[in-house]
Design a protein around this ligand. Structure first.
Ligand code: FAD
Length: 500
């Protein structure tokens, strides 16, 4: 039976709730925590391995984090530096989880894989060189390689170079990149949480309404199989429901969410299981991001290992949908989320973001041969017969009235004025920064748990540099020593070949 009056209710069993739940329990072992999840198994939506790209986003190769050249020709890499540091915090926490037995063996969920940024054509090659110059100056990226030599690039990523027309090409390679199975990691962390005293995980339970009460929140929950409804009360609620977050926030009738809207964008991958092809690609290769879709990032060709098999994934392609969730969503999700208060937000976004709208229309109209043609811009000799199309997760792009039609990029934490609830909105860089997000939620909503000496020292044990600025050059040695310890526990080592 779910705990009727826990201290904390977590909604959803994705990577966000998994990290937050474990972190909270480690900070305050007496906390009673109850998690509700609609599906019968844990972590079946965006955090499941097949539904995301598994990239440990650290700003190494994703050109979308460094989109523009400045007037003087330089590239602003501050966002890549910030994301790198956030991912260090995630790795530190996961290495603590492995060391303390809160998550199963690191080799199960995280691997080393080179991250490559690839450019073709003089303009993009110039951009990549400027980006590399700006990054290599920073201690986070000092080991990043850059080359314009086709032979070197062929050694790094043969499928990407072979059969390509002559012309300027360049790439950067970071051998410290990672591939993460966020689904396995979440299930592992939640498996630990479920065994702790005062904690419960109820699958097959849909949260249908949030109501504010004087002591916190009343949460209405339906047992999906029987239809039985129950009310639970908690001081603090975390809405980690992925695409399901917007309807839940709407049910809470908070003034702060007035005008908030969501727009779902489905994802699809091309998958190749042909062993001879898979064996020849040992990296994650990201290319240029089409200017119309900065918020979605561009396609990439990845070596993955899911369901104990190696495969290549290419994408994501965008697809049309009106569902907010992949497994349990309904086609009525989008229409039912439209209110008089958010209609203008949706219309303004449609008018303002017409390049994105055009992009989505063209993506939705694509045939398999169009997708193979896109794949061939990465892998010129790709054979259509080696590839099949599958669905990935759904991103619900959150749209705020105050953005006046602009689309914001990134993941943000929403909290009402009284900080009795936190909800996660947005998607990218998503799962990679799930640990800093959990930390942000705690700092904003439950700061007493971090108070010295006990709270502070417990958090320092979990994320040794959480209150330090590793970005500063004076902290370069500290960064290196903490990273060496983290990588040792996670069994990661800089590698020119994927370890998967
Ligand atoms: C195509 C694609 C590629 C991506 N690639 C990457 C990547 O390479 N690297 C990266 O770091 N991030 C990536 N992301 C983003 C990342 O997947 C997400 O940010 C992250 O998984 C979100 O985790 P979450 O816990 O918030 O949500 P989810 O994993 O979606 O979990 C939400 C859970 O809540 C449950 N739920 C929903 N509503 C209710 C309700 N009412 N009651 C009970 N339960 C409910 C759902 O069933 C689900 O289990 C990608 C996303 C997509 C779509």
């Amino acid at each position: 039976m779910p705990i009727e009056t826990p201290d904390v209710i977590l909604i959803g069993s994705g990577i966000m709730s998994a990290n937050l739940g474990v972190m909270l329990k480690c900070l305050e072992p007496r906390l009673k925590i109850q998690l509700f999840e609609i599906t019968d198994d844990l972590t079946q939506e965006s955090s499941d391995g097949w539904n995301n790209a598994g990239t440990g986003h650290a700003g190494l190769c994703e050109l979308s984090y460094t989109p523009k050249r400045e007037a003087n020709g330089s590239v602003n890499v501050s966002k890549a530096i910030a994301i790198f540091e956030q991912f260090e915090h995630s790795k530190q926490f996961w290495s603590y989880a492995v060391a303390k037995g809160l998550a199963r063996g690191a080799g199960d969920f995280i691997h080393s894989v080179p991250h490559i940024g690839f450019a073709e054509g003089q303009e993009d090659v110039d951009f990549l060189r400027a980006r590399h110059q700006a990054m290599a100056d920073h201690h986070f990226f000092k080991t990043m390689d850059y080359s314009v030599d086709p032979q070197t690039l062929t050694a790094w990523a043969p499928l990407v170079l072979e059969g390509r027309d002559e012309g300027p090409v360049a790439a950067t390679r970071a051998t410290g990149g990672t591939e993460v199975d966020f689904g396995k990691l979440s299930r592992s962390l939640l498996g630990w949480l479920a065994q702790q005293e005062g904690c419960g995980i109820a699958v097959g339970h849909r949260v249908t309404r949030l109501s504010k009460i004087s002591t916190g929140w009343e949460v209405k929950v339906t047992h999906v199989a029987s239809g039985e409804q129950r009310l639970h009360r908690a001081h603090f609620v975390f809405v980690g429901a992925g695409g399901g977050s917007l309807p839940l926030l709407q049910s809470a009738h908070l003034v702060e969410t007035h005008g908030m809207a969501g727009f779902p964008i489905g994802g699809q991958w091309l998958v190749c299981d042909t062993p001879e092809v898979v064996a020849r690609h040992s990296a994650k290769v990201y290319g240029r991001v089409p200017p119309s879709i900065p918020s979605l990032g561009g396609p990439h060709l990845d070596r993955r290992r899911l369901n104990r098999q190696s495969q290549l994934l290419f994408g994501p392609f965008a697809s049309w949908t009106t569902q907010f969730l992949h497994k349990t969503g309904r086609y009525t999700d989008l229409p039912l989320s439209i209110r008089p208060g958010n209609l203008s937000t949706l219309i303004k976004t449609g008018l303002h973001a017409h390049p994105l709208v055009r992009y989505l229309i063209s993506q939705g109209l694509q045939s398999m041969s169009d997708r193979i043609a896109t794949l061939r811009t990465f892998y010129p000799r790709a054979q259509a017969s080696d590839w099949r199309l599958i669905d990935a997760g759904i991103r619900v792009q959150s749209l705020q009235k105050s953005d006046h039609g602009a689309i914001s990029f990134g993941t943000s934490v929403f909290t009402p004025a009284d900080r009795s609830l936190a909800a996660l909105l947005g998607a990218s860089p998503g799962a990679s920064v799930s640990v800093p997000i959990a930390l942000e939620v705690i700092k904003k909503c439950l700061p007493h748990l971090l108070e010295p000496p006990l709270g502070h020292s417990r958090m320092k044990a979990m994320i040794p540099t959480y209150d330090e600025d590793l970005k500063q050059s004076c902290n370069a040695d500290r960064f290196e020593s903490v990273q060496a310890a983290t990588h040792g526990l996670l069994e990661l080592s800089p590698s020119t070949k994927s370890t998967i």
